[in-house]
Design a protein around this ligand. Structure first.
Ligand code: BGC
Ligand code: BGC
Length: 510
């Protein structure tokens, strides 16, 4: 189904609801999946809860070849005709490389307590190895100082997809040597910034960038080979653990967690086969790298044994992989319905947009995991095409809490794509009521998970400001702050003003 078909089918669902076809009785006139008002009213967050926002270097910085920065795989990709919607690049993006003082002032005005940003590897090591480029380090040192000065906790993502192109030229993530290069890079950051940054996440969405980059080719480097994906995933899991050790060796204050992308997976049918398929999805897409770090092994993501040989797994790798995280961070955007595909011979060609990324690959699903995952369209869809399903965050947070013995959790991202723009009838403000409703309902479900015992200490809205949305260029806007890319003018959206009040009061009705 493409997005238009998704929209049509969700309108059909909405139509049935209005006609009284909904079986939820009291919710008959509500949107499917909507949270009752009483729950929003009762939502509470713990004392000291960290309200935050997140961004990523390539999506906001611009300055793509300033102060000694090397080329990244995203520079190469966006400079290749036909790869990004509208031909947009991140050459300038939000120009946050220069405008960060202004952006942090805005974050402070919105009562923010945490800012999750990422560091661009090619700014630090232009060709991926060797001594650091001090100008790059100085930039992030100033950014961290400005963050602390605004009373905001700096949360550093070490890698949000912008690999130095020189390392791709040496084979990219399927080349196991990258694990060591990456651990060196992480150690450099901890040595120079670890006196002030205490919260580190090695990789943003490791499953996504390995699968999208090497398994299906929708992201750079654009390879579509399942074996390359498996090799890349193993290198990244090794890199994650080696980095944890190099960070801790360089900074005694460091804590290391994660920024995984996760979707709660619900079996399509109430059958053994579909429940097992949903469990394989969860193992592959949600906790593959988490299991590796916590227990030094891969979870049962595959039908049968993990394909160790294809992955390049060597004896002794279990010991390298095991490096328990201090806390667990993950994103929530939307959910999946999963069914068994062990018998399927052919699979439909997939489309890959936004975070709706693990439909079947165009070349057919892999021979190992044998599940089929789709995004349902029962709830309303955002303009970026993702289903809004607030309950999903409750299910995911409580599931991870259960499975990992009640760890400290951070929501590292959540958000929605809507294109609302400054409107003269609202005095130039941005009336984005749908985004407010998205966060209000989702946060009510998060509060419910906390009330039920989950130890969630932070929530990061994606994103502080509209930014370069990967292969979708500027055609999607996720920000709490509107960016006019013609002159870099920032306008706080109504959702940003609302989120500022929530951050100050920790009450959802503000
Ligand atoms: C189910 C679990 C299942 C998991 C897989 C959950 O919704 O409750 O039984 O293992 O999904 O993601
Ligand atoms: C990614 C972001 C992206 C957002 C919206 C997240 O999964 O980490 O980089 O912009 O999704 O698509």
């Amino acid at each position: 189904m493409n997005r238009r078909q998704f929209c049509a089918s969700s309108l059909a669902v909405a139509g049935r609801t209005l006609l009284g076809g909904d079986t939820h009785g009291a919710r008959a006139h509500q949107v499917p999946g909507a949270v009752p008002a009483t729950e929003i009213h009762e939502a509470r967050f713990p004392e000291g809860f960290l309200w935050g926002t997140a961004t990523a270097a390539y999506q906001v910085e611009g300055a793509w070849k300033e102060e000694g920065k090397g080329e990244s795989i995203w520079d190469r990709f966006t400079h290749t005709v036909g790869k990004v919607k509208g031909g947009t690049t991140g050459d300038v993006a939000c120009d946050q490389y220069h405008l960060y003082p202004q952006d942090l002032t805005l974050a402070q005005r919105l009562h923010q307590k945490s800012y999750r940003f990422s560091i661009s590897w090619p700014r630090i090591q232009p060709s991926g190895t060797g001594p650091p480029n001090m100008k790059g380090l100085d930039h992030y040192s100033r950014l961290v100082d400005a963050t602390l000065k605004a009373g905001i906790r700096p949360f550093c993502t070490i890698y949000h997809w912008d690999l130095p192109q020189a390392l791709e030229d040496r084979g990219g993530w399927p080349n196991r040597d990258l694990a060591g290069y990456y651990a060196d890079y992480a150690g450099i950051l901890a040595k120079h910034l670890g006196d002030r940054i205490t919260v580190w996440a090695p990789f943003n969405m490791p499953w996504s960038f390995t699968y999208m980059g090497y398994g299906v080719g929708a992201f750079p480097p654009g390879r579509a080979n399942y074996a390359d994906f498996l090799k890349a995933a193993h290198t990244v899991a090794l890199a994650q653990s080696q980095a944890l050790r190099s960070i801790k060796a360089a900074s005694s204050k460091a804590t290391v967690g994660s920024a995984y992308g996760m979707c709660p997976a619900y079996p399509k049918a109430d059958s053994e086969a579909d429940r097992a398929a949903a469990a394989r999805y969860h193992a592959m897409n949600n906790v593959f790298f988490l299991e590796a770090a916590m227990h030094g092994r891969y979870p049962n993501a595959f039908v049968g044994e993990p394909p160790y040989e294809v992955m390049g797994f060597k004896s002794g790798d279990e010991k390298i992989l095991e490096a328990p995280l201090d806390w667990i961070g993950f994103h929530y955007y939307t959910r999946r319905i999963v069914s068994d595909a062990r018998e399927a011979r052919t699979f439909g060609g997939g489309s890959f947009g936004g975070t709706e990324i693990e439909a079947d690959s165009a070349g057919g699903r892999d021979p190992y995991t044998r599940f089929r995952a789709v995004m349902p369209t029962e709830g309303p869809l955002t303009e970026s095409g993702l289903e809004v399903w607030p309950r999903g965050i409750y299910d995911l947070v409580t599931q991870i809490s259960r499975e990992y013995n009640h760890p400290i959790l951070e929501i590292t991202e959540s958000g929605c794509g809507y294109l609302d723009a400054p409107y003269d009838k609202a005095n130039g403000g941005v009336p984005d009521a749908r985004r407010i409703e998205f966060f209000r309902q989702e946060l009510a479900e998060l509060a419910r998970a906390i009330a039920d015992g989950a130890r969630v200490r932070a929530f990061h809205a994606w994103s502080l400001l509209d930014n370069f949305e990967w292969a979708n260029g500027h055609s999607e806007r996720y920000g709490l702050i509107y960016v006019d890319y013609r002159d870099q003018k920032r306008t706080i959206k109504d959702s940003g003003l609302w989120y500022g009040r929530i951050s100050a009061s920790s009450r959802l009705e503000a």
